[in-house]
Design a protein around this ligand. Structure first.
Ligand SMILES: Nc1ncnc2c1ncn2[C@@H]1O[C@H](COP(=O)(O)OP(=O)(O)OP(=O)(O)O)[C@@H](O)[C@H]1O
Ligand SMILES: [Mg+2]
Length: 362
């Protein structure tokens, strides 16, 4: 059984067992748990109800002189697969892991980018955190990239792999903050590539960020500022990711990581280090293909497509039409696209686009 499947089974078994899991301290709640549970929305301490939570209803509250975020689990997560259905449980489990990490010496500083948990409880479907007074990242400059990769580095070393670094899951209040741990899973960084063991070497931290987030931003940059600006932003991100992977290699090596893990990481450094000028444009094409293709697959599988899914589809169709030879030359086609001819590839992407139109969530 795959590591992912094992985790799913044990989470489903936990749900069926009737056992509960609690994080933090109920006594530190600024409002009684019952009041939070029965929130209607017209109470004077409700500042707003937020749009966008697929796993939970998210509320912004004001009480005891400051602001809070309440996540209240939905009866059914809007993401229609096992990982979606267990994402609230997963979030409570990871909140417990992160609370333990923050309690270690130096932990508060190392994991300052992960929001605190005041109190959370799986069976009560409640999770309360401080409100992060920030905004979504509109512009990925060097400071933001450096902070994100520094946080990812600490999480990886602590054995936590985040799959969903989408724009809605990161906030910037002067520091990059993570607050949604519904798709963060445990793994062993000394022997595994990600939470699916060594089965899927395609997935790693920089890839997750590029796939769920950065390439969508680069796509907009291509439209608004042109391909040269997108390539410069891509080079910056690769430089920051490269510095992070260099540190990971030495820190993991010092802890006795398996040679397979170290050479896998060095493989990325090797490819990224060579990318300049024309080869940078090639790397952009190949990584852009991988990012848009994977994200499209995610959205189709979860039936959670948006306008951005369609824009990504259009990028893929254009790349297949205009750069098919380069894509195959770069070995960029993967999984079920591998070995397809140009026309068959375009036809498949057009079929995916039609499905993405059908699965629009808003
Ligand atoms: N602590 C917080 N401070 C400020 N805003 C927050 C906080 N937690 C969540 N939000 C806001 O609420 C939105 C939804 O929160 P979150 O991503 O945790 O919910 P979710 O249901 O797990 O989302 P999804 O499953 O769609 O990723 C976020 O995009 C963010 O804008
Ligand atoms: Mg989220």
């Amino acid at each position: 059984m795959s590591r992912d499947r094992e985790r799913q089974q044990s989470q489903l078994a936990f749900v069926a067992s009737g056992n509960d899991i609690e994080v933090g301290d109920r006594g530190r709640l600024p409002l009684p748990a019952d009041v939070l549970k029965n929130l209607r929305g017209d109470e004077n301490f409700v500042v707003a109800r937020l749009e966008g939570g697929l796993t939970a209803e998210v509320w912004r509250l004001k009480a005891a002189g400051r602001e809070w975020t309440l996540k209240r689990a939905r009866a059914r997560c809007l993401v229609q697969n096992v990982d979606g259905q267990t994402s609230f449980l997963n979030e409570i489990q990871r909140r417990a892991d992160i609370a333990a990490l923050k309690a270690l010496p130096g932990g508060r500083e190392r994991f300052a980018g992960c929001v605190d948990t005041v109190w959370g409880c799986f069976r009560e479907g409640l999770l309360l955190s401080p409100w992060i007074d920030g905004g979504a990242v509109a512009d990925w400059d060097e400071r933001r990239l450096v902070q994100l990769f520094a946080l990812l580095e600490e999480l990886i070393l602590a054995g936590l792999f985040e799959w969903d670094l989408c724009p809605g899951n990161l906030l910037d209040d002067g520091a990059i903050r993570m607050f949604d741990f519904g798709y963060m899973y445990r793994f062993d960084p000394l022997t595994e590539f990600n939470s699916n063991g060594r089965e899927a070497p395609l997935f790693h931290a920089a890839e997750r960020f590029e796939t769920r987030n950065y390439f969508a931003w680069l796509l907009e940059l291509e439209f608004s500022a042109g391909i040269a600006a997108a390539l410069a932003a891509f080079a910056l991100e690769k430089r920051v990711a490269g510095a992070c992977y260099e540190r990971l290699v030495s820190r993991l090596a010092a802890r006795g990581a398996a040679p397979e893990v170290l050479s896998w990481l060095r493989g990325f450094l090797d490819v990224w280090g060579k990318a300049q000028g024309e080869t940078l444009a090639d790397l952009y094409l190949a990584e852009g293909w991988r990012s848009h293709r994977l994200d499209l697959d995610d959205d189709l599988r979860g039936k959670t497509c948006t306008k951005r899914t369609l824009a990504r589809c259009d990028w893929l169709i254009a790349a297949a039409r205009e750069h098919f030879a380069a894509l195959t030359g770069l070995d960029a086609l993967f999984w079920h696209d591998e070995g397809l001819g140009r026309e068959a590839l375009i036809a498949r992407l057009e079929a995916d686009r039609a499905r993405a139109e059908r699965f629009q969530i808003k």
